[in-house]
Design a protein around this ligand. Structure first.
Ligand code: DAH
Length: 345
């Protein structure tokens, strides 16, 4: 029996020593030798057959063997764990000298930047910002603006109709009538209304079936054409700088009388270059329509033209963005090519 125990002890020592990497393998050895059904444990069971004088002697040898093997297993366990930890640390090592990964951030769209600037300029002058629906009734889009059914000026804006009386708005001007209606009769108004508008236009470098306008409306007692002119000159100088010049040409809109179209001096070529892609050498660019609000438009929305007067304007945001940033193709604003958009950081 003694011999068997010593043999087992030696075998177990070797096995423990030979474990090199695997904690699981070490545990298997522990179970096989020291576990409930292990080899050493079953040898102990056989002790009942020993004589009374052999029993303590063998018991001592078994206990010594168990103590030694347990200690060996514990120290092997520590050794393997330390090795595992150092392997893990080595594999997760960070090279702090590597260059960092760049985080890509977004930026505002050039049209949003332009709109924000326009809003800021008018908010500074005490204007409110109003909104109206993009799906609009024929009444607000045309009739309330002095364009009855079959009026020839409706042809100026080829429309997308949804039903006979509902269309996607062709201009932001309907917000004029909606705002007047929501105010007490003859009370002063100073508002802008930015938004998208839709027309059956071709899609090319200077046309798009969807584009952006900012409508403006000022109503009060004693508002004159010179107020309109001063306001627009201020706007253009704020956007294009002190040297920008404005030119007012007589024009026609059914909802204003008199009406004007406003040009700004070409920022691209300055000296009337006939190869200029933007103004083609004329030196001027049309960017908005405006005028004194027609008395009939005031009347239809509950205002009295004998008591108050007003001016209105509508400007094209894409036009202004093209001039500000030197963009010569409108479609770039809608393609959403990041290489284009990233330039506005
Ligand atoms: N609504 C016009 C258009 O889309 C622009 C315009 C012209 C608006 C004169 C106005 C205005 O308010 O007074 O062509």
């Amino acid at each position: 029996m003694e011999q068997k125990i010593l043999e087992l002890r030696q075998r177990a020592r070797d096995a423990i020593k030979n474990v090199t990497a695997d904690l699981k393998e070490l545990d298997n050895i522990r179970v096989k030798i020291l576990g409930k059904k292990g080899e050493l444990t079953s040898l102990l069971r056989g002790m009942s057959q020993l004589s009374a004088e052999d029993r303590p002697k063998i018991g001592k040898i078994v206990n010594e063997a168990r103590a030694e093997l347990e200690a060996l297993i514990a120290s092997k366990n520590d050794e393997l764990k330390a090795k595992e930890l150092s392997n893990k640390l080595a594999s997760e090592k960070i090279d702090v000298t590597l260059p960092g990964r760049q985080v890509v951030t977004g930026n505002l769209h050039p049209l949003t930047l332009t709109l924000n600037r326009i809003k800021e300029i008018f908010l500074d002058m005490g204007y409110t910002i109003e909104e109206g629906p993009e799906v609009e009734t024929d009444y607000y889009n045309f009739e309330a603006l002095n364009l009855p059914k079959d009026h020839p000026a409706r042809d100026m804006q080829d429309s997308f109709y949804i039903t006979e009386d509902i269309l996607v708005r062709t201009q932001t001007s309907p917000v004029q009538a909606r705002t007047m209606e929501s105010h007490e009769s003859n009370s002063p108004i100073r508002m802008i209304a930015p938004g998208r508008v839709y027309r059956r236009d071709d899609y090319d470098a200077s046309h798009s079936p969807m584009f952006t306008q900012v409508e403006g409306l000022v109503i009060d007692k004693g508002i004159r054409f010179s107020d309109l002119k001063g306001t627009l000159e201020h706007l253009l100088k704020e956007i294009f700088g002190k040297n920008a010049k404005a030119r007012l040409r007589p024009s026609f809109f059914p909802f204003t009388e008199p009406s004007t179209e406003v040009d700004v001096s070409c920022m691209m070529c300055h000296c009337h270059d006939e190869n200029c892609k933007v103004c083609h050498g004329s030196g001027w660019l049309e960017i908005l329509g405006a005028g004194m609000v027609h008395p009939d438009v005031l009347k239809m929305s509950g205002y009295d033209p004998k008591i108050v007067s007003g001016f209105a304007f509508g400007l094209g945001v894409e036009r202004i963005a093209m001039l500000t940033y030197g963009v010569d193709d409108l479609r770039l604003f809608y393609d959403n090519d990041v290489r284009f958009l990233q330039q506005f950081k």
